[in-house]
Design a protein around this ligand. Structure first.
Ligand code: SF4
Length: 325
């Protein structure tokens, strides 16, 4: 039985729906998801559990957490009641309408002890959000003593060069900066090649025979990470970087059993070979000849179980991750 001891640092996914459908989104967020937010009751339970596990600060992410702030405030209040600090809220600035409304929102966020917004600045978001909204939000943050964590400043010049009045597809960036701009983004952004990012970029990557990938029998050490985990609105603990895998947060301390969490257990103890053996013997999974690596094979097996044969496994969640990819 696997248990987690101390949890160091993580994030809260308040909602998966988003105004954007970014091609690099590990969590596969989009406008297609249900408009669910984490409830105040769930937030209360999660923050209590995090405090007991030694985690005293979190960031808030999504989806886009500021799409419907009235659902976010009760979550912030719950964090305050449990003495959990909010390091920052991630936002894409799509909701910006005017200075007056934005100023009022920032004042309310500050009253809830939010002092920093992480604001997305990159060509992926610029496919959906005109840059003028990002610039306006940053300016208003300055006026309201809200710190800005710009993610990432190195793309500022690129977005500025494309023009800030409207959105721009990545193919426009290719034409403007050179045909391999999207490929260069892969390196410049240091993308986590999982979730939708992997689906976007797998065509650019070298592939390997499945037999070679399955010769790796080492446990997936990403699953034991306690420095950048997330807990989502449904109570799913999402391991560092591996969206679409889940353990209910209560089972982190009570125990992750192979009976309830066969996929997670197989990956944690025997890596991709363990997962492949489980899925092929139990559910008849048949791989393609080649994959870009173990993470693509891992995703393909989980997608097969969630979508093709419609299993509702506790550790292959949320199903929306696969449905709205
Ligand atoms: S193989 Fe699966 S569990 Fe392991 S790092 Fe890749 S996506 Fe995560």
């Amino acid at each position: 039985m696997i248990t987690y001891g101390r949890l160091v640092s993580g994030g809260i996914i308040t909602n998966y729906d988003c105004s954007s459908q970014c091609r690099h989104c590990v969590y596969a967020s989009s406008p297609h998801w249900p408009k669910d937010y984490m409830t105040a009751g769930m937030a209360d339970e999660i923050f209590r559990a995090l405090k007991v596990s030694g985690c005293h600060a979190v960031h808030i992410g999504g989806g886009e957490p500021l799409l419907r702030p009235q659902h976010l405030f009760p979550i912030l209040k719950a964090a305050e009641e449990h003495g959990i600090q909010i390091d920052y809220i991630e936002t894409n600035a799509s909701w910006y309408k005017n200075a007056e409304r934005t100023g009022a929102l920032l004042r309310e966020l500050r009253q809830h002890h939010v002092h920093t917004l992480l604001i997305s600045i990159d060509p992926f978001h610029n496919e959906f959000i005109p840059f003028y909204k990002v610039k306006a939000l940053i300016e208003i943050c300055k006026q309201h003593d809200m710190s800005v964590f710009p993610w990432r400043m190195e793309f500022w010049g690129d977005l500025e060069a494309m023009g800030d009045a409207k959105t721009h597809r990545l193919e426009e960036y290719d034409r403007f900066f050179g045909y391999d701009y999207q490929l260069q983004l892969l390196k410049r952004y240091h993308l986590n090649l999982r979730g939708r990012a992997l689906q976007t970029y797998k065509g650019y990557l070298k592939t390997f025979p499945v037999r070679e990938i399955l010769s790796d029998t080492s446990p997936c050490n990403k699953l034991s990470g306690v420095h950048h985990f997330h807990i989502d609105l449904y109570g799913n603990f999402v391991p560092e970087s591996c969206a679409g895998l889940a353990v209910h947060y209560k089972d982190l301390t009570q125990g992750i059993t192979p009976e309830k969490y066969p996929v997670f257990h197989a990956l944690y103890t025997a890596g991709i070979k363990g997962l492949y053996d489980f899925a092929s013997h139990r559910y008849g999974f048949e791989p393609k000849d080649n994959y870009t690596g173990k993470c693509e094979l891992c995703y393909d097996i989980r997608r097969y179980m969630a979508m093709d044969i419609k299993l509702n496994l506790a550790d292959v969640q949320p199903l929306g991750h696969y449905k709205y990819m």
